[in-house]
Design a protein around this ligand. Structure first.
Ligand code: FAD
Ligand code: NAP
Ligand code: NAG
Ligand code: NAG
Ligand code: NAG
Ligand code: NAG
Length: 489
């Protein structure tokens, strides 16, 4: 009582005292006072935001996060472009969550292989699947697997230090690069290929920086199967391209003629984005742009109404030398317009083709329902259909679109569903569950050694120290063996 008086003043203190000591106000010890053990699969934004919300709004819940890679943060580390460091500030919030004494991190554990979802369901009251979209969509056209053709996913993984892509060694000896797709990932890879070297002193990996330094790439085409009103990238990212030092846009005025009338009634973000394209293509550049463009040694452009048909091989059949595309026209209008072939085809020479047509989630074993058509786990507000106690959040819940804020929003929704189910007594919290204590022995018996969050902090410190030597914010360790040595497993 004295300590309370001292800290909060006597009126609130007296009220609290009365409330607590009056039996009528005391809540009975219900199942919600037991410790719910919750497991999260995947440590990207969806995993961490789900954990954050659960820990904040349930004072007893304990959360364990399992991650396939040794290191945390998913696409924030391995997707977000190295020249966008401010986006990665969310890592600070994730780190606070991980440091909560009710949260644990177990890296280097692949759910579905090292431990099954059923085993996790045995060990926890609730399991949240937030394992993202680890694969890429495929074009499904001849020549797709030729050397010189890469998925944007692999290319991004390469420059961002994803261990599985560290040896990609893309051939950058081609003058022209074709990026298939017109989303923000397509702009990311185009920008990384065209940005002057001195602006790439970022956390981009040493190896990819060296490769880009000797790159011969001078021109990047971003190819869309639909038109300028259907591009998937956003205005901030387009503006960055327009203002990119050393590079000039090559937009065909014919693509934008007459578009001003068409955008009168479209939603504002789409309207502003289209206006920027129109301005860039049709108007005399301002002083700043004129200066950049006049001295530019590299260029980028948008090609519309072209749908890939075949990647053309060199004479020896080993490498890509170009692409054959169907010229398309739009059927319908607005966001839902579809591209239909006109019968006309076009060929373009180029030695490097990056397919940036989107990511794709994979199913996780037979006990987890999966909607193959939409590539998501079927769910209602994050509750997996037909499996009580199983939830999902992030890209595997919604599909592989949306920025980090979108992912945060839907992860909070999923966490809210878990909290409501706890409140409603649907998660059988009266059955004590051991959480990681019972998973530990399963992993041990299978020779799996989890990486803890303090192990990651050692790796993190080593990366930052290496970066300092090279004048970079961080030099990522790309070899898991090297991580192993650092943490002394
Ligand atoms: C190239 C690229 C750049 C982007 N840039 C931006 C940007 O600049 N700004 C922005 O706001 N958004 C950006 N985004 C979008 C953003 O990254 C996503 O909204 C967000 O990462 C999705 O979160 P997630 O947790 O669902 O998936 P992820 O971030 O992919 O996290 C999933 C995690 O699960 C792990 N995992 C997978 N399988 C298993 C398994 N079987 N067992 C255990 N763990 C597993 C993965 O290793 C991964 O760590 C970008 C996306 C991409 C692809
Ligand atoms: N800076 C940032 O904020 C940032 C950076 C990177 C990524 N992200 C976000 O991450 C998400 C994923 O980005 P993304 O670029 O991978 O996906 P996306 O935004 O869905 O773009 C995919 C592109 O590929 C095209 N495409 C799909 N299938 C095709 C096919 N078979 N043939 C030809 N073209 C095809 C699409 O055209 P159609 O429209 O015709 O299908 C679209 O132009 C997005 O929400 C994005 O905004 C954000
Ligand atoms: C390309 O390779 C993948 C897997 O390696 C395979 O599934 C696909 O069918 C191949 N595509 C073609 C056109 O050969
Ligand atoms: C809770 O227990 C009941 C009865 O034992 C069972 O039918 C139900 O599936 C359990 N719920 C969960 C989420 O395990
Ligand atoms: C967040 O999610 C809710 C419900 O799912 C939705 O209504 C709302 O528009 C979303 N907000 C943002 C910013 O995405
Ligand atoms: C991850 O686990 C595997 C066994 O599944 C082990 O061989 C490897 O050394 C571990 N890596 C790290 C960094 O601990």
């Amino acid at each position: 009582m004295q300590r309370c008086l001292w800290e909060v003043g006597w009126i609130p203190c007296l009220l609290t005292f009365l409330l607590v000591s009056c039996p009528g106000f005391k809540r009975p010890l219900s199942t919600s006072e037991r410790v719910p053990r919750i497991c999260i699969v995947g440590s990207g934004p969806a995993g961490f935001y789900t954990a954050q919300h659960l820990l904040k709004h349930h004072k007893l819940a304990r959360v364990d996060i399992y991650e396939k890679l040794p290191v945390p943060f998913g696409l924030v580390r391995f997707g977000v472009a190295p020249d966008h460091p401010e986006v990665k500030n969310v890592i600070n919030t994730f780190t606070q969550t991980a440091q909560s004494d009710r949260c644990s991190y177990y890296g280097n554990v692949t759910v579905g292989k090292d431990v099954t979802v059923e085993e996790l369901q045995q060990a926890y009251h609730a399991v949240v699947l937030s394992y993202g979209a680890e694969d890429n969509r495929i074009l499904g056209i001849p020549g797709e697997n030729l050397s010189g053709v890469y998925s944007a996913r692999a290319f991004v993984g390469w420059y961002n230090g994803l261990p599985e892509n560290r040896d990609l060694k893309p051939d950058l000896s081609s003058k022209t690069v074709l990026v298939l797709g017109q989303g923000n990932v397509a702009l990311d890879v185009a920008r990384i290929l065209l940005t002057p070297l001195d602006l790439l002193r970022t956390d981009i990996t040493e190896g990819s920086l060296a490769a880009i330094a000797s790159s011969k790439v001078k021109r990047v085409w971003l190819v869309g199967r639909r038109g300028p009103l259907q591009v998937a990238f956003t205005i901030k990212e387009l503006r960055e391209m327009v203002n990119l030092p050393g590079a000039r846009p090559i937009l065909d005025p014919a693509d934008f003629a007459g578009l001003r009338d068409a955008i009168k009634d479209v939603p504002r973000p789409r309207k502003r984005l289209t206006e920027l394209m129109i301005k860039t293509a049709l108007e005399k550049p301002g002083e700043k742009e004129a200066k950049i463009w006049a001295s530019a040694t590299r260029e980028w452009g948008l090609k519309f109404l072209r749908s890939p048909l075949e990647i053309l091989p060199t004479a020896d059949g080993k490498r890509a030398r170009g692409i054959r595309m169907a010229v398309t026209r739009l059927e319908g209008s607005g966001e839902s317009a579809t591209a239909v072939p006109t019968g006309e085809v076009e060929e373009l020479e180029c030695g490097l083709i990056l397919s940036s047509i989107g990511y794709r989630s994979l199913p996780l074993g037979s006990s987890v329902p999966f909607d193959r058509k939409h590539g998501i786990i079927p769910n209602h507000l994050g509750r997996v259909q037909g499996v009580p106690g199983l939830y999902c959040s992030g890209w595997v819940k919604r599909g592989p679109t949306g920025v980090i804020i979108t992912t945060m929003n839907d992860s909070f929704d999923t966490a809210q569903s878990v909290l409501e189910d706890l409140q409603a007594g649907m998660l059988n919290v009266s059955n004590t569950k051991e959480g990681f204590e019972s998973v530990r022995s399963i992993l041990q018996s299978r020779g799996v050694h989890p990486v803890s969050f303090s192990d990651w902090e050692k790796i993190d410190a080593a990366e930052v120290a290496r970066g300092q030597l090279a004048g970079k914010p961080r030099e990522k360790i790309v070899d898991p063996q090297e991580m192993l040595q650092l943490i002394g497993h």
